[in-house]
Design a protein around this ligand. Structure first.
Ligand SMILES: Cc1cc2nc3c(=O)[nH]c(=O)nc-3n(C[C@H](O)[C@H](O)[C@H](O)COP(=O)(O)OP(=O)(O)OC[C@H]3O[C@@H](n4cnc5c(N)ncnc54)[C@H](O)[C@@H]3O)c2cc1C
Length: 363
């Protein structure tokens, strides 16, 4: 799995990261990407903190523009989720759907025949991570050529990733299959070879780009199985005299209310499991990360309705997040590249212009 890093070790990772090299190489599988996504998605650090740490090291916005834009993609997806459930198409219906509910066996068995994708699928099982470009290749193959429904495939990939995030993941699947973009994304074997170390010539994707929209690839469909569901926690301790400080798989910020005494609970909401299941490995990885970064934490699995009967709602605090918006508790704002933004974010590039202006004015 991805390394379990303490906050200091995450800072070290950011201190070693080269955003200029990133700009030149990020599309290559062996390029200088940050691998910060698990810690960003789990809320241990924020896009804002990463950006500021790099600025403190002396990088100007122009020098790290490519990287800042990717951080901004994350904020953009999160802002969309505040208004739009990522389970639903943002713009269009998927261009090609052969099967609404099942998954290609080739995906589960890392046996698509595209070597770069199969190798990445095998590595995903070990690490819980996949490079962005390969995620795009995978999604294009699975949705646009096999005809798998994006939602079915997105749910599966979500379950496998240490950085699993419903906004970034589901909206990216939608982007690839044209449900969140004006066009469908395709990649041929030459493109895959260019950005991965593959030299494969004999694949079904060894075609010219104008042939790809017609390419339907047969696969073996299988019912997805999410065998792992954690058991509800029966015993935990709440001191009614103290506030309850609620953490979630999206909010593991060690600096949040760190001076405050309270019942620190990482709450796994089983009502979210149906749409957003984690594999046992990613579930355990997230719990280990939480225990490493937040002292005196209890981990509680259950439904909100059951859990809320053991706490005082008015004395329970969390950070703002779409999945906890219905809890009826007090929340603190997340840290953003563009704070105090209200309303719909609109297209990425319009949003980026606003973020860019704000970041320049801050200087
Ligand atoms: C099909 C598909 C599924 C994806 N699922 C997820 C997911 O579940 N969780 C997730 O965090 N990202 C997801 N992404 C976006 C992206 O692939 C990962 O954020 C990135 O690969 C993480 O590696 P990194 O930290 O080295 O990224 P870097 O390239 O170093 O980028 C820095 C940070 O910017 C953010 N970022 C980069 N690209 C994107 C993007 N396209 N959308 C949103 N944020 C981005 C991430 O937080 C990332 O850590 C998905 C992309 C695709 C195409």
């Amino acid at each position: 799995m991805m390394p379990l890093l303490s906050l200091d070790e995450i800072y070290e990772l950011i201190n070693r990261f080269d955003p200029i090299h990133y700009g030149k190489t990020r599309n290559y599988q062996n390029g200088g990407v940050s691998r910060l996504s698990p810690y960003l998605s789990r809320g241990v650090i924020s896009t804002r903190q990463v950006f500021e740490l790099l600025r403190k090291r002396g990088f100007s916005l122009d020098q790290m523009e490519a990287f800042a834009m990717e951080l901004c993609w994350r904020d953009h997806s999160q802002r969309i989720w505040q208004h739009h459930n990522p389970q639903h198409e943002l713009r269009n219906q998927q261009y090609r759907i052969t099967n609404q509910t099942q998954l290609p066996k080739e995906l589960l068995e890392a046996n698509t025949g595209i070597h770069a994708i199969d190798d990445a699928l095998l590595a995903l099982k070990d690490t819980g991570y996949m490079h962005n470009h390969v995620r795009m290749y995978l999604a294009a193959l699975v949705c646009n050529h096999y005809g798998c429904h994006w939602r079915t495939a997105a749910k599966w990939l979500f379950s496998q990733l240490c950085d699993a995030d419903a906004a970034s993941n589901h909206l990216s699947w939608q982007w690839v299959c044209g449900a969140n973009a004006p066009k469908v994304y395709y990649a041929n074997q030459d493109n895959i070879n260019k950005y991965t170390s593959s030299t494969q010539q004999d694949s079904v994707l060894a075609l010219a780009y104008d042939q790809l929209p017609q390419l339907e690839i047969a696969c073996t469909w299988t019912q997805p199985e999410y065998a792992f569901e954690p058991k509800p926690t029966l015993a935990f301790e709440i001191d009614a005299e103290r506030p309850t400080l609620l953490y979630t798989p999206y909010h593991l910020d060690p600096h949040w209310k760190e001076e405050q005494e309270g019942n620190r609970i990482l709450f796994w909401d089983l009502d979210h499991w149906q749409d957003y299941p984690y594999s046992e490995k990613t579930f355990n990885w997230i719990n280990d990360l939480a225990n490493l970064t937040i002292p005196n934490l209890q981990i509680v699995v259950g439904t909100w309705d059951t859990f809320k009967s053991s706490i005082v709602l008015e004395q329970t605090f969390c950070k703002e997040h779409p999945l906890t918006a219905t809890y009826g508790i007090q929340t603190d704002e997340r840290a953003w590249l563009l704070p105090d933004f209200k309303g719909q974010p609109g297209s990425f590039f319009n949003f980026w212009k606003k973020v860019q202006k704000h970041l320049r004015n801050e200087n």
